[in-house]
Design a protein around this ligand. Sequence first.
Ligand SMILES: [Zn+2]
Length: 414
Amino acid sequence: MSELPVVIAPDAVPALVEYLHRLRIDRVNLVADHNTWRVLGQRTAEALAGGNIDVHTILLAGGEVTPDEQSIVEVLRAAGREQRLYLAVGSGTITDITRFASHRTGNDFISLPTAPSVDAYTSTGSSLILRGLKQSVYSQAPIAVFADLDTLCGAPQPMIAAGFGDVVAKYTSVADWKLSALLWDGPYSEPVARRMEAARDRCMAQAEQVGAAEPEGIRDLIDALIEAGLCMLAFGGSQPAGQSEHYISHYLEMKLVREGRPPVLHGAKTGMATTIVARYYDQIARMSRDEAAQRLAASPLPDRDEEIERIRFAFGDLTDGLIVEQADFLDMTENRWEQLKQRILERWPEVQAVAREVPSPEALTGLLETAGGTADYRVLGLGDEEMALAEEYGHYVRNRFTVMKLSRVLGLLE
Ligand SMILES: [Zn+2]
């Protein structure tokens, strides 16, 4: 597995200049907005110019940049026709716009993150809003990441706390991934899981330093976020980094977009949702094999029409797509259902071992709060009713076997 170079340093800019020299790259498009220009872009442009690299700066106009058609055309119009390496100086949004524009013009790009807020820097997909609809569009991963620690430590506190929340999410994502391998024959990689856990644990040990925006903490935070992205690339799927907790978050996000409400930072939602998913792991960890057997014996094969009604109730217009997505679950035969229940019972000790790897909801709440975040959805501007819907129906977002699907089979989710 060839892996892209990642530099995390107090001043990463000189290393970037050296890297470009080594690659004999002497022409770049630097994409930033006014804010990221101020915190990192200008310093980078000056250093590059000082190193005889021709820098063409593309400044996105306005306050809050949206990853939509307008921003993409703005970048393409300013870029011209020359082949140039792109530099994305920004957080998720600018990175996704640059990722897309560079890919479609046949150029490479390098990511210079300005906030440790998401694990998507090394992703191959661009999260764009096209015709008002949020979607992931295939583009490319960066050829390298240069994370400037001084800049990251100065990022807005809510963005740092959100990044930490997205690392907390790796407790339940990795556990769900293991469950799916145990009970549903889902694809799995032990070395990648270990790698994700190691980066997550290093970051969790620094919760206090993250909360104080100290360089040691921010270093382990951005490292865990970048590792998560690399684990997804190495595995070829999002399993290591996003499962049940992300589906709850996706459900809420789609609802917020549909209702024209202000967005909530991705990691703030996924961190909070991790404490909810952990409640199910907690119940399973404490459930005796006898109780599991009784619950399974009393659990009938889900009725297809009833299940579709539930999906329609929760998702409205998106239902048809989800019926296709959920075919494995919806079209299960009586035979397959019995086999699944038998498998769960046979592997109950292993299921419980996975469940015990997830910290208690209280411990996770403590971690989030130490790092300056919250497990309280009300603080994030979310209501009781929509949270209940997200908890019950979030698992329909993707066709994966997770603890929420297991809870559905055990009758814990009704
Ligand atoms: Zn995430």
